[in-house]
Ligand binder design. Sequence first.
Ligand code: SF4
Length: 381
Amino acid sequence: MLRIEILRKDTLFILLHMKKNDIYIIHGTRYKELTKELLEAANLAEDIGDRKKKIALKPNLVCAKDPSLGATTHGELLAGTIEYLQEHGFWDITIMEGSWVGERTGASFKAVEYGRVCDRYNVPFVDLQKGSSHAHDAHGMSIQVCDAALAVDYMINMPVLKGHCQTTVTCALKNNKGVIPNSEKRRFHSMGLHKPIAHLNTVVRNDFILVDNICGDLDFEEGGNPVVMNRILGFKDPVLCDAYVCDCMGYSVDDVRYIRLAESLGVGSADTSKANLIYLNEDTLDKSRFQMTRRVKALAQFTEPKDACSACYGSLIYALDRLNDTRGLPRNARPVCIGQGYKGQGGEIGVGSCTACFGKSLKGCPPKAIDMVKFLEENWL
Ligand code: SF4
């Protein structure tokens, strides 16, 4: 995996043209501005091309929960994307989504306060639960897809990076379940989700993927245990996106069957070793803007953070959750150190290059959760 650091915006915007194996990463809490900076760096306007194109934003509005709980896409990402598009001369913009079965999309729309975004930028919202749909041949599987979603010229998929009770992780590929009618969502569940999700992605658009990695849930799509990462990610390839999400949450790509299936159907590549990681700024210190829930606190008690960056610390929480699931965490284990406060200091065990002087330390800035899992299995448990 190639890591490219870009901290100077002035050179960045002239030189870069986003490729399918690029992953753009930006950190911080100014979510709207960071969204615009990422889209500028990825040169989205050039990728879209014709200013007359119909563009849709597809957030995750799975249920009526505030984004701070880890289930739904933050409105600031929509606001930043719309501002960017309008400033570049794109005016045919729609937000569209259909919540999961059992929740009215209208209730979710109110809970996340997207009405303000729609009013401010004069952008309509389309409730896909109410629209028409037709069957399409999705690489040998007939799937009903909402007509409105297939009528656009450019789709910006805006999932939340989070855990899922059935598929373990959810991000770009599964977020597209929001563009099928409720009857089809039920059928997907009866088929075990993986195969139909992979096939669905052979017919729906994934022109750009803007991932809300601000505080996605530990392991449940409905939220409740947010893990603060304060990151926004950009991809062109939905399969690469979901494979990278596995790395970030401590899973192997093979743990999430629909990723390999989608890859075999030609949707994209799951090979993260060939990805270019393009960091647009440095990670930010975790100021614990969000309260930890009891479950996250229970994992955090195995850590000793000192000025840890948000994404680095969030990765450690995901890694500890994986270890807890597979082996259980020993009550009397010595805490795992993490954070810039350990630079140049000695200690027993730590993760991240800030703890390089420790007896046992995992390299990386930040290290991936999947690597933390392996390192802690071998050196800590
Ligand atoms: S290794 Fe240190 S500087 Fe790098 S992300 Fe982790 S805490 Fe931040």
